[in-house]
Write a protein that binds this ligand. Structure first.
Ligand SMILES: O=c1ccn([C@@H]2O[C@H](COP(=O)(O)OP(=O)(O)O[C@H]3O[C@H](CO)[C@@H](O)[C@H](O)[C@H]3O)[C@@H](O)[C@H]2O)c(=O)[nH]1
Length: 495
C-alpha cells in the first residue's frame, strides 16, 4: 500500500529496543510508514546501533552516547536473556532525561521546518517513554514485537501467580541449581510422591491445560523462566503492560486471521486502538537491519539440493545452550540422516567460542550433508525451494518468517514468549512439532524425520501452505492487514 499522495508531510519518531529481534520489526515498520508518506526519525543507542547507511531516507539521532552507565552495555554484549534483561532495565532507568532533551530539540526544529512531529512510536519495552511523551504532549504509540497471545499471558502473570502456576515449581527447587526442563520431568514423574509427603499443597499436572488460557499447558508457564510476579523480569513486564495501556494505541506484528480470539480479548482488556498490520517483513524484500554480516557462501550448495530436503536450524540472536545439550543436538542431527543448514552464532554454546564443542568426527560424518554458518540471510533461506523445515527457538520474528514461506517448524523454545509461540504453532496452528521434553538425541532424530520425511510431514506441510495463503490474502487490497494499515495511517494523521 502506498498512500504517500499529496498529504502534508508529517514526521514520526521511532525508538527501537537495541536487540536484533526488536530492531528488525521497528525498522520494517519505519519503511512501511515511510512508504505511506511519513518522514522518519530513528532514535537509537550507539550500543547495537543499526547500520544507518542502509537507510539514507531516514534521519538517525543517537541518545545516551556519552553516558558511561549505558556504554557499559557494549561490554555486556547480547549473548543471553540475562544481558537483554540488564540492558532493558538500565536503559529504561537512565534514558528519561536524554530522551526528553532530544525530543524537545526535535519538536522546536520541526516547527521551523513546518514538518510537525505527530507521534512517538516506541517498543513496548520502553516503558519509561510514556511519561516523557506525556510531558511533551506528544502522543505515543507502542510497537509490540511479539504475539497478542504472549502479551495477554504477560499481562496475566500476577493472576497466574495468585493461582499457583509459578509457585509449584519454584517452591521445590532452587532455580540456580536445577534447570527448569529437569524440574518439569521430575515433577511430572514424582507428582504423587510430593502429594503424599505433603511437600506441596497442590501440584498441578504439568501436562494439563491452563484453565484460564486453554491454549497453554501448565508447564508452558514455568518454561517462560519467570519465577512469579516478584521476579525482576515480571516487574519489567508489569511496567510494560501499564504503560502500554496508557499509550495512544498498539501496532502488532501479527495479522487478524492468525489470532482472532486473542484480538477479541485485547479489545476488551486494552481499550485503545489496536492495529494488526503484519507480517511486516512481507512489505519489502529482505531488509538490511541485521547486526551481524550474513554468510552467503552456502547458497550454491543450497541451490543444488532437492526441493524441501534441507532442515534450516537457527535459535535466534540471543539464546545460549549448555554444552551437554549441544552434544545431544549434534548427535540427534547426525542420527536423523537429513540435510541441514545450521546457524551457530559465536558464543552460542556456553563456554565455547564457536564449533569446537562438536562431537569428535561430526563434520566428517555429515560431510556434504550439512553446512554450519555464523549468521545467515534467514528470510532468503526460508523462501528457498530446498528448505523443507525450520528447527527454531520460536522467536516471534522467526515464527512469522516461517509461516510466510509455508515452512513446517520444529520448536525448541528457551525462555520468554518462545514457549508460548511453540505451543501456539504446534497445538493451535498445527504447522510444527514441539520438542518439549528437553534435548535428547533419539527424540531429536525422530522429530526431525517426522517433520522432514515421514508421512505426517505431508499433512503439516499442507497446513503450512494454507496458512501462507492466508498471510498473502491479508496483505492484499481488502485483506485485514492492508485495511488495518490504512486505518493506522489515518489515525496517525489525525493525531
Ligand atoms: O542467522 C540468522 C538468524 C536470525 N536472523 C534474523 O534475526 C531475527 C531473530 O528474531 P526472533 O526470531 O524474533 O528471535 P530473537 O532474536 O531471539 O528475538 C527476541 O525478540 C523477539 C521479538 O520480540 C522475541 O519473540 C524473542 O523471544 C526474543 O528472543 C529474525 O528476523 C531472523 O530473520 C537472521 O537474519 N539470520
Amino acid at each position: 500500500m502506498d498512500n504517500s499522495g499529496c498529504r502534508r508531510r508529517q514526521r514520526l519518531v521511532l525508538f527501537p529496543i537495541p536487540f536484533q529481534g526488536h530492531i528488525n520489526p521497528m525498522l520494517q515498520l519505519a519503511n512501511i510508514l515511510h512508504s505511506n508518506g511519513f518522514s522518519i526519525t530513528i532514535i537509537h543507542t550507539n550500543f547495537n546501533s543499526a547500520y544507518t547507511s542502509n537507510y539514507p531516507h531516514f534521519t538517525f539521532r543517537p541518545i545516551l552516547d556519552n553516558d558511561p552507565k549505558v556504554n557499559n552495555l557494549s561490554k555486556l554484549g547480547s549473548r543471553g536473556a540475562g544481558d537483554i534483561l540488564s540492558g532493558v532495565v538500565l536503559l529504561n532507568q537512565y534514558g528519561e532525561e536524554s530522551l526528553r532533551q532530544e525530543l524537545d530539540q526535535m519538536l522546536m526544529a520541526s516547527k521551523q521546518e513546518q514538518e510537525p512531529i505527530v507521534c512517538l512510536i516506541t517498543d513496548a519495552l520502553w516503558y519509561f517513554t510514556q511519561s516523557v511523551a506525556d510531558s511533551l504532549k506528544l502522543p505515543r504509540i507502542v510497537l509490540r514485537t511479539s504475539s497478542l497471545l504472549c502479551f495477554l499471558v504477560f499481562a496475566s502473570v500476577p493472576f497466574l501467580d495468585d493461582q499457583g502456576y509459578f509457585k509449584q515449581v519454584n517452591s521445590l527447587f532452587d532455580e540456580e541449581i536445577i534447570d527448569s526442563d529437569l524440574k518439569n520431568i521430575i515433577l511430572a514423574s514424582d507428582k504423587n510422591k510430593f502429594k503424599k509427603t505433603g511437600s506441596v499443597k497442590s501440584v498441578k499436572d504439568l501436562e494439563e491445560r491452563v484453565l484460564e488460557i486453554p491454549v497453554l499447558k501448565v508447564k508452558d508457564i514455568s518454561k517462560m523462566k519467570i519465577k512469579g510476579q516478584t521476579d525482576p523480569s515480571a516487574k519489567i513486564l508489569a511496567k510494560m503492560v501499564t504503560q502500554t495501556k496508557a499509550s495512544s494505541g498498539i501496532i502488532w506484528n501479527s495479522f487478524k486471521e492468525l489470532e482472532e480470539p486473542e484480538l477479541e480479548k485485547i479489545h476488551k482488556e486494552f481499550p485503545i486502538p489496536s492495529f494488526l498490520i503484519g507480517p511486516f517483513h512481507k512489505y519489502f524484500p529482505a531488509s538490511f537491519s541485521s547486526l551481524l554480516e550474513p554468510d552467503r557462501s552456502f547458497i550454491t550448495w543450497l541451490d543444488e539440493q532437492a526441493p524441501n530436503s534441507v532442515l534450516y536450524i537457527s535459535f535466534g540472536s540471543a539464546s545460549q545452550m549448555e554444552k551437554q545439550d549441544f552434544m545431544e543436538v549434534a548427535n540427534g542431527l547426525a542420527n536423523s540422516k537429513q540435510k541441514f543448514l545450521w546457524v551457530m552464532r559465536e558464543g552460542f554454546v556456553k563456554g565455547s567460542e564457536w564449533v569446537e564443542g562438536l562431537p569428535d568426527g561430526f563434520l566428517d560424518l555429515v560431510g556434504e550433508r550439512g553446512r554450519i554458518v555464523k549468521w545467515a540471510p534467514q528470510q532468503e533461506v526460508l523462501a528457498h525451494r530446498s528448505t523443507g523445515g525450520f528447527w527454531t527457538h520460536s522467536g516471534w520474528n522467526s515464527t512469522l518468517e516461517s509461516i510466510c514461506e509455508g515452512v513446517p517448524m520444529i520448536c525448541s523454545p528457551f525462555w520468554g514468549d518462545q514457549p508460548l509461540n511453540a505451543r501456539f504453532v504446534s497445538d493451535v496452528l498445527k504447522v510444527g512439532v514441539y520438542l518439549e521434553n528437553g534435548w535428547e538425541r533419539e527424540e531429536i532424530a525422530g522429530t526431525i524425520r517426522r517433520v522432514m520425511v515421514e508421512e505426517e510431514s505431508e499433512d503439516i506441510r499442507e497446513r503450512a501452505m494454507c496458512l501462507k495463503e492466508k498471510v498473502n490474502v491479508s496483505l492484499m487490497k481488502g485483506g485485514s492487514s492492508y485495511e488495518s494499515l490504512g486505518s493506522l495511517v489515518g489515525y496517525i494523521s489525525s493525531l
